[in-house]
Design a binder for this molecule. Structure first.
Ligand SMILES: Nc1nc2c(ncn2[C@@H]2O[C@H](COP(=O)(O)OP(=O)(O)O)[C@@H](O)[C@H]2O)c(=O)[nH]1
Ligand SMILES: [Mg+2]
Length: 326
């Protein structure tokens, strides 16, 4: 594969090349990893295109797919190009979240200004994170204006998505008062905008009440330097009836516009790059521990520690000395 050519085609907006490149970054074959790294670097040198990266999280059934379909169609209707990616650590079992949902995104998946890519089947979150991060970079280089990164709220996946997004959007369903506690504080603290979906029909008044509850909860959180007055914000939408979507988009652009002016936008990206650098190093070190000869050493020394033949500290020092040697 000619990486130079591939990078030019991606920049020219060739969808098939973009799809091929994403397949390349999803591969764990060492030669593919090397090509992927070369490609990402080549693209970074050739273009400095920047999309708005929107992270979108919400439990199954809250309306993510329906929202992405109607929100995405609204954006493409305004001439914007939209890419949709997913981080779904459970997709190894479910067979890919977006793929199964493509029926709910029927119009968007046929839209020439949209690009939908299901989550790679992978249970290891670290691997999914890297692939998605690189796929985001590819979509950006391909000139998409908005990159939506969807995740089902399970385990650490919200953190992974928030760490690669400019804005983190939490989609919630209308609910009784006590369900407010169901959203973990840590997730609330990551949210830039909370959208209470299904504000239509019988659910409308409940949605409005739920939204007010979350707005109250957001006001109780510590003020963050990256927020102007009034943010983070809770609003109601109806993905089904396509209500509130334009308003939500305006809030998103207001927030990113302010952050750009104040330097928080680039600041956040810089901090994220640093975070992922650290993550890659940590993951790499962990991977080494799980390979021979370290793997066997860990088991042997672990048994010796258990039998009292050596101390945890001394055994760990032995392992770390070996790691240093190479
Ligand atoms: N009333 C109403 N139902 C919705 C809305 N958005 C989604 N739904 C319904 O909620 C169910 C789950 O939606 P889906 O988009 O698949 O949720 P996901 O699992 O988060 O992707 C479907 O039956 C949708 O039709 C909405 O705005 N209003
Ligand atoms: Mg879905």
């Amino acid at each position: 594969m000619n990486i130079e050519q591939l990078s030019d085609k991606i920049i020219a907006g060739d969808r098939r090349s973009l799809a091929r490149a994403i397949t390349l970054v999803e591969s764990s074959r060492p030669d593919h990893r090397e090509q992927a790294a070369t490609l990402i670097e080549a693209l970074a040198q050739k273009t400095d295109r920047q999309a708005i990266r929107l992270g979108l999280s919400g439990t199954p059934g809250v309306g993510k797919s329906t929202f992405i379909e109607s929100f995405g169609m609204m954006l493409t209707g305004q001439g914007l190009r939209v890419a949709v990616l997913a981080v779904d650590p459970s997709s190894a079992r479910s067979g890919g979240s977006i793929l199964g949902d493509k029926t709910r995104m029927e119009r968007l998946s046929r839209d020439p200004n949209a690009f939908i890519r299901p989550s790679p089947s992978q249970s290891h979150l670290g691997g999914v994170a890297r692939r998605t991060r690189e796929a985001v970079a590819l979509c950006e280089a391909a000139g998409f204006d908005v990159v939506l990164i969807e995740t089902v709220g399970v385990g650490q996946s919200e953190t992974v998505v928030a760490e690669m997004s400019d804005l983190f959007i939490l989609l919630l369903a209308p609910a009784g008062g006590d369900e407010l506690q169901g959203v973990k504080r840590g997730i609330m603290e990551m949210a830039d905008i909370i959208l209470v979906n299904k504000a239509d029909g019988d659910l409308k008044s409940t949605a409005i009440r739920t939204c007010a509850d979350y707005a109250g909860a957001l006001r109780l959180l510590r003020k963050r330097p990256q927020d102007p007055e009034g943010f983070p914000k809770a609003m109601t939408v109806s993905a089904l009836e396509e209500n509130g979507l334009q308003k939500a988009w305006e809030e998103m652009t207001t927030l990113t516009g302010w952050r750009r002016e104040q330097g928080h936008f680039s600041g956040r990206r810089a901090a994220q790059a640093e975070y992922w650098f650290g993550e890659e190093v940590r993951q790499g070190l962990l991977a080494r521990l799980q390979r021979e000869p370290m793997k066997g050493m860990m088991i042997r020394l672990g048994a010796q520690v258990a039998q009292g033949e050596t101390t945890p500290t001394a055994a760990a020092a032995e392992i770390l000395a070996l790691m240093q040697q190479g």
